[in-house]
Design a protein around this ligand. Sequence first.
Ligand code: PMP
Length: 397
Amino acid sequence: MRSQFPGMWNLDGSPWGYLDTAATAQKPQAVIDATVRAMGVDYATVHRGVYARSAEMTLGFEAARRRVAAFVGATEDEVVFTRGATEAINLVANTWGVENLKAGDRILLSTLEHHSNIVPWQLLRERTGVEIDVCPLTQDGQIDLDAAAAMLTPAHKLVAFAHVSNVLGSVLDIGRAAELAHGVGAKLLIDGCQAAPRIKLNMHALGCDFYVFSAHKLYGPTGIGALWARAEILESMPPWHGGGAMIEKVTFEQTTYASAPQRFEAGTPMIIETIGLAAAIDWLDQVGLDVAQEHERVLAAKLRDELSRRNDVTLFGPADSIGIVSFALDGVHPHDLGTILDEEGVAIRAGHHCAQPLMEHLGVSATARASFGLYNDESDIEALLKGIERTRRIFGQ
Ligand code: PMP
């Protein structure tokens, strides 16, 4: 598997111990090739050209939308291309949110949310006077849905939770969250950034109303992601960005807008990135999401097991975390650990992981985080453990 990923090798030909897939995944050669082709011999604009290359590119671009829709068990008119999950959440806040929420309405988030599922709602609060509530976590780092049940009221119009925590690897029971949200008449938005590369998704079976993810965590390019929303919700949402491609007819007196999803895709789209995303999905489908999930579950369990044998390590998150292991080494700042590990050829993430409220809840300013992708194997865990040993020696007992 590793051999398919040029990014997993150092220039001298030795393997790189990349353990930061939760931040972004390395790309398989198939995705690099598809992207290069789209930028080279296949390149032209979409939707406008009268020449054959543009017509072909348009077919490829729209096929990519169908590919993404099929990947998440949706229809193509429900998939909006965005620059990533962050932009997708901002899109919902600035369209559905501005249209439907008013002062006194409430939004329920959770303690473990990524900043991109907190700040857009705070910006909406400044504009509309909507109130934000925060659902606490269980002892082992799951969103506490019993607490959510007790907190939700008819004033809640939106619940926005992560499917998989980017720090703890904990997995949300979306079915129950949807039941609770819909029980009070609220919509449910799911941040699926860490789930899409690991969990087979079916939008209609999940029961949520909005779902967002980024391609770069899915072995695809940066600069592209998707918003899925139920067709009837999407159709009712006003546009956000204005410009070419999102209109039906423009006059200086009045402009009418295209139907969804084009209404939300102003300007020349991310053509190359979209083709790259479709190639990543093709690649991942060939491997199998069940294989991806099991591979990462086994590696995460193995690392948790190894770390739990040490009496100088604190582990965060549930025992069955998927693909992500956050921890602290007693008396060593995660940044120092990360720097020493880098000297050993091992790349982990050290910091707040764009989840400062969660860090506050855990009582730390930062954690060390190792996260796995399909290209990792036990040798990466061994290298990490060796690096931890060396760090321990440098810092003393
Ligand atoms: N939510 C989660 C859970 C994430 O892990 C990330 C990326 N770290 C994001 C949202 C934001 O994704 P992006 O930066 O690709 O928009």
